[in-house]
Design a protein around this ligand. Structure first.
Ligand code: COA
Length: 330
């Protein structure tokens, strides 16, 4: 589905949880047959962050949520809804969102987790915008939080080089943009390719549970390079925008080669593209908000800028959102 609505909704703050522990390519190459040069050349990843053993995905979400509230300068009671995207929940319920709501004191908020793997954050943001535009909510917190290190097969060199842990949170608010303009959301999926990238939560076929991420890397690569261009073009067209209207493009951080081939074909100059995968690897649904946090901290996010954010992966699903950033400068 794709839709553009005239709206003054905008993002007013971002927070992040970036685990301290750095896992380098060199360390991974001590366990599986690979090396730093191969990983950098094929993926663009140099290192990734790993959560402490005593740190849960909810702990990371809470750190990011608290920081987002502080930077957006809002009271927790103003939050109407909390949506957390994750592909690595610690349990089915209570949801991460429920525990975040309790921790931060968002006592008037509804709370639900959403699972659309690497597209999860874009899906959750799309739903946040829909709730606001329908009049149901004024202020929504959207979180992407992952501990992918706990569902990674550290003996599979085709996947263990890619993933990392982290969380990011944003505050989306009605009336934050100075004027109404087209806010565009595309949410898509091709379930026929679902088992090119999957992770089980309960046993299948009576076999012991394999909780690790399994991936047909080449198939996902082909899907991603196609979708990144096609979805961006559709979103621009439906909104009546051109490439020049995008101040920052925040693509899913899976592989630098996927991003580079996409932005080249789209004609986005590289200075308008946010990259963090060299530092954080692929953090699935945390990837987009971690990019926003990085762009904000480094002064690249300025009030009024138009962002195009795109998540893609397991499903195989994708989500692309065009919306303004109205947070205060760092
Ligand atoms: N180190 C060294 N060699 C490796 C390796 C590693 N970590 N992983 C795979 N190889 C080998 C393969 O075994 C293969 O060897 P062979 O030719 O002897 O069989 C060779 O490298 C090429 O493998 P291939 O899978 O074709 O590599 P690639 O260039 O496609 O890169 C990925 C692999 C995983 C980096 C790439 O497919 C990719 O990024 N896919 C998309 C991943 C993605 O986006 N996932 C998440 C979506 S959200």
């Amino acid at each position: 589905m794709i839709g553009a609505t005239e709206s003054d909704v905008a993002i007013i703050g971002v927070g992040a949880a970036i685990p301290e522990r750095i896992l380098t390519n060199a360390e991974i190459s001590q366990r599986v047959e690979t090396d730093d040069a191969w990983i950098r050349e094929r993926t663009g990843i140099a290192e990734r962050r790993i959560a402490r053993d005593d740190q849960t995905v909810t702990d990371l979400a809470i750190i990011a949520a608290r920081q987002a509230i502080e930077r957006a300068d809002i009271a927790p009671a103003e939050i109407d809804l909390i949506l957390t995207a994750t592909a690595s929940p610690e349990r089915s319920f209570p949801s991460i969102s429920a525990l975040v709501a309790d921790d931060i004191g968002a006592h008037s908020a509804g709370a639900i987790d959403m699972l659309a793997a690497c597209a999860g954050f874009a899906y959750a943001l799309g739903h946040a915008i829909a709730q606001i535009n329908s009049g149901m909510a004024t202020t929504v917190m959207v979180i992407g939080a992952e501990v992918l290190s706990r569902i990674t097969d550290w003996d599979d060199r085709g996947t263990c080089i890619l993933f990392g842990d982290g969380a990011g949170a944003i505050i989306v608010r009605k009336g934050a943009a100075p004027t109404s303009e087209k806010v565009v959301v595309e949410l898509g999926v091709d379930g026929s390719k679902g088992f090119d990238l999957y992770g089980d939560l309960t046993p299948r076929n009576g076999e012991p549970l394999d909780k690790c991420i399994r991936m047909n890397g080449n198939a996902v690569y082909r899907f991603a390079t196609q979708v990144i261009v096609e979805s961006a073009k559709r979103v621009l067209e439906v909104g009546g925008y051109t490439q020049d209207d995008i101040d920052l493009f925040v693509p899913h951080q899976a592989n630098l080669r996927i991003i580079e081939s996409g932005v080249e074909r789209l004609g986005f100059p590289s200075e308008r593209v946010v990259i963090t995968l060299d530092k954080y690897g692929n953090t699935s649904s945390a990837s987009i908000p971690l990019c926003l946090d990085y762009a904000w901290r480094t002064g690249r996010l300025q009030p009024g800028q138009r962002l195009m954010m795109m998540g893609l992966g397991g499903g195989l699903a994708w989500g692309t959102v065009m919306i303004r950033w109205m947070g205060a400068p760092a």
